[in-house]
Design a protein around this ligand. Structure first.
Ligand SMILES: [Mn+2]
Length: 319
């Protein structure tokens, strides 16, 4: 049973201090949805602290109040903690998971696999982004959007829908985005900041990543890999690999794309992307991870060869 928007509004109305957080390695929706909620709550006079386990990537530094996100939670009491776009609770990081000076917890999410770990859980896999859930709450509250809040909702939604190309880009996603444009968001300005603003190092890293392309299962699956050596040789880091998995997925005939990213000596992050027919959340679940139908991931120990063998077998068996 998932809570209604009205119940969440009641929680907002009847409390004063709010702590907001999202998942490790925050993406556009994690940041956009939490900063949208922060912006809305601050504008209606609430006291808001935003904490992420990991820093805001440079790419999203242009979002309003991105510079107020704290790496540590101030040691004080909060009436309410909102956890956004998390997928699973532990992805908030140890500091948040161990923080107990909160009266009420609220979980806003659109991940299929998210469980009801909070006092109030608003989980809707039909929502294109968690930003859309924040939109529903603010709208039902009667909030008149300002440009800052609108920008955060827009960025949350454009990033989680792959610029309105993925199968989750439903009518609501387009109509909310359209409404955000009405409140002053400039689509080209956002596109330029997100997509026409790459550091040179990212393309240098991509140039090293693409030759690792492997296509298997009669052309239905493909992978690329980034190793620690590649980062070192370009002065790059994991942040710059965002979107690399889209290259193997873009190959004609490929249904499943895999991205192997080295974390340490014998540890790899494995990202799965589907073109739609295959539920990649099943692969990551079989390997101890989580995610959506079209995007999922897990972390595996072992050499690159070990990890690839294991992953390829699971993918080959199910295609
Ligand atoms: Mn999301």
């Amino acid at each position: 049973m998932t809570e209604t928007v009205q119940q969440i509004i009641e929680v907002i109305r009847s409390n004063t201090s709010f702590l907001l957080t999202t998942h490790e390695g925050p993406d556009g929706d994690a940041i956009g949805s939490s900063l949208a909620l922060a912006s809305f709550l601050r504008k209606i006079g609430k006291n808001v602290t935003v904490h992420y386990r990991d820093p805001v990537p440079d790419l999203y530094a242009f979002l309003p109040a991105a510079d107020t996100v704290l790496p540590h939670i101030p040691d004080r009491h909060y009436d309410v903690a909102f956890v956004l776009d998390i997928g699973e609770r532990k992805r908030a990081g140890n500091e948040f998971c161990n923080f107990s000076r909160v009266t009420t917890t609220v979980n806003l999410d659109h991940h299929l696999s998210c469980d009801n770990f909070a006092d109030y859980n608003l989980i809707d896999p039909q929502a294109a982004s968690t930003g859309i859930l924040v939109y529903r709450i603010a709208t039902a509250f009667g909030y008149r959007f300002d440009r800052e809040t609108a920008l955060c909702i827009y960025v949350a939604t454009i990033t989680d829908t792959g610029s309105f190309r993925y199968s989750n880009a439903n009518r609501e996603a387009f109509s909310v985005a359209g409404e955000m444009i009405e409140f002053g968001v400039n689509a080209w300005d956002v596109a330029e900041k997100l997509y026409e603003n790459q550091p040179q190092r990212r393309l240098e890293l991509l140039a090293k990543c693409l030759p690792t392309l492997e296509v298997f299962k009669d052309g239905q699956a493909a992978s690329v890999t980034v190793t620690s050596d590649m980062y070192a040789s370009c002065g790059a880091d994991a942040e710059l690999t965002d979107g690399f998995v889209n290259y193997p997925r873009s190959i004609r005939g490929v249904e499943v794309a895999i991205f192997f990213r080295q974390l340490e000596e014998n540890k790899y992050k494995v990202g799965f992307r589907s073109k739609g027919k295959v539920n990649v959340a099943a692969f990551s679940a079989a390997l101890g991870g989580g995610g959506h139908h079209n995007a999922a991931g897990c972390t595996l120990d072992g050499t690159l060869d070990d990890v690839k063998t294991l992953v390829y077998r699971i993918v080959e068996d199910s295609l």
